[in-house]
Design a protein around this ligand. Structure first.
Ligand SMILES: C[S@@+](CC[C@H](N)C(=O)[O-])C[C@H]1O[C@@H](n2cnc3c(N)ncnc32)[C@H](O)[C@@H]1O
Length: 448
């Protein structure tokens, strides 16, 4: 449905060509509509069967609402987008969300699914607006798919090919034709470069069953005589630390010990989905509570000096626990978050900080897990935590991603990549810049 602006006489509008579109309501009325939240292909009005079965029965004409949206394209006027969602609990059978201003980028005519001419309008959501609530509304009203055949835009049922306990579907409602993520091999555990010898495993603790007494557990003592996790929800990190020491292969406790929380693999239903501007991204169909482990950053463990084509590889993660602890914008903001209290001992960490670049990194370019698809945000909902669970060499720590806040279903999962601006150079020695499309209110506008 399209609302058309008809106030033609007001002086402030005298330079505009009328009619002009003001707002559209997306309610799934047209069989040719494509709604991917931030990016919409809207079908013009007219020519459809008024019985409500969404079928086109004649050609559309460039008049009224269609003309109004064309005038929006020609004159750069954005429109408001309201979405209707089916809801059995609402007396009207629908609820509506106001989803903000969208630019009407272009329009064209084409033969629709039923063979009649329809006008199409590509709308893109303007940046700098609050995060969309639409996907959460869909979840609340039971729109999270229950099986693969219900997933819109499914391009791969499980990118892990059965390796993870929980399948990871990939969806693509952006590309035409839709493509699946390619160019890498999924692996759920780290591959270690041949010239790296992992340190021997630490002696561990002597606790029987599960560790419970932080005064006697040798691993808890490494964490300042406390366990870093609470039992709730299968283990949640109490606070961000410079390193978390977990129980490992030589400890006598069993697999249910809370101090092995990050070692249990994926437990949330994650989806890799295509975005209009950031490539692939990751979201969860389940609610994730603050402090819960989401996934580990997996790839090939390499010496940093041996990396080829660093500036062309978007999937390198430097293992730099000290940097990870400091100065991430998102992390500083989270210090006010009661669920993740203040980071301690920052001075000690600064004293230890080596000046050189990190010795080791994880390259998820060719081999990697779901973490390689997680994008950067200047206002992230995940944070990086270095974890040691076998040996105790922090230069080779595991890189874990934990929830920084309670994360509602279908919200994109992001962390702060932590680049300093003007710190990345190309092979030609020239400074490289990358625009940030995270859409956060305080976005730094560049990744680096
Ligand atoms: C580790 S990959 C993340 C997954 C990636 N989007 C993909 O399609 O595979 C990092 C790359 O994603 C893109 N990216 C991540 N966050 C972004 C952001 N906030 N804005 C723009 N591009 C982003 C950049 O190309 C970056 O180099």
């Amino acid at each position: 449905m399209l609302y058309v602006f008809v106030v033609e006489k007001l002086q402030e509008y005298e330079h505009y060509i009328f009619p002009l579109g003001v707002a559209i309501v997306l309610s799934g009325m047209y069989e040719d509509d494509l709604d991917n939240a931030e990016d919409v292909v809207y079908t013009g009005q007219g020519g459809h069967d008024l019985t409500g079965n969404k079928r086109q029965i004649r050609d559309q004409v460039m008049e009224r609402g269609n003309l109004a949206l064309k005038n929006c394209v020609d004159q750069g006027v954005p429109v408001r987008v309201v979405r209707g969602h089916e809801s059995a609990s609402s007396y009207s059978g629908k609820i509506y969300t106001y989803d903000g201003l969208y630019k009407v980028v272009k329009y064209w005519a084409e033969k629709g699914i039923s063979g009649f001419t329809v006008f199409k309008y590509r709308l893109r959501r303007l940046e700098g607006q609050p995060t969309l609530t639409t996907s959460q509304v869909q979840f609340t009203y039971g729109r999270v798919p229950k099986c693969p055949s219900e997933i819109r835009g499914l391009v791969c049922e499980d990118i892990s090919g059965g390796q993870e306990d929980v399948p990871i579907p990939a969806t693509n409602l952006v590309d035409d034709p839709p493509v699946a993520p390619t160019g890498f091999t999924y692996c759920k555990s780290m591959k270690v470069a041949q010239n790296i010898k992992l340190p021997t495993n630490a002696a561990g603790c002597d606790c029987k069953g599960v560790c419970w007494d932080p005064k006697t557990c040798a691993c808890a003592r490494l964490n300042g005589s406390d366990f870093p996790y609470v039992h709730r929800d299968g283990g949640r990190l109490i606070e961000a630390k410079h390193i978390v020491f977990e129980c490992g292969p030589k400890c006598r406790c069993n697999a249910n010990c809370v101090n092995r929380t990050s070692q249990r693999g994926l437990k949330y239903r994650l989806e890799v989905f295509r975005t209009p501007k950031k490539g692939w991204a990751v979201r969860s169909w389940d609610f994730i509570p603050a402090g819960a482990p989401v996934c580990e950053y997996i790839g090939v463990l390499l010496r940093t000096e041996e990396l080829d084509n660093v500036s062309e590889n978007n999937y390198i993660f430097d293992i730099d626990c000290l940097q990870t602890m400091r100065g991430l914008g998102g992390r500083e903001r989270r210090q006010q978050d009661a669920s993740l209290p203040m980071i301690q001992n920052m001075d000690k960490i600064d004293e230890q900080r080596p000046e050189s670049v990190p010795e080791f990194c994880i390259d998820a370019g060719s081999f990697g897990n779901v973490a390689r698809f997680i994008n950067h945000s200047c206002e992230p909902n995940l944070f990086i935590q270095c974890v040691l669970s076998a040996h105790q060499d922090f230069k080779l720590a595991r890189v874990m991603l934990f929830a920084a806040d309670n994360i509602p279903p279908l919200q994109e999962l992001t962390y702060d990549y932590g680049y300093a601006l003007d710190s990345v150079y190309g092979p030609d020695g020239k400074l490289k810049r990358m625009t940030c499309y995270c859409g956060a209110e305080d976005c730094r506008k560049r990744l680096f």
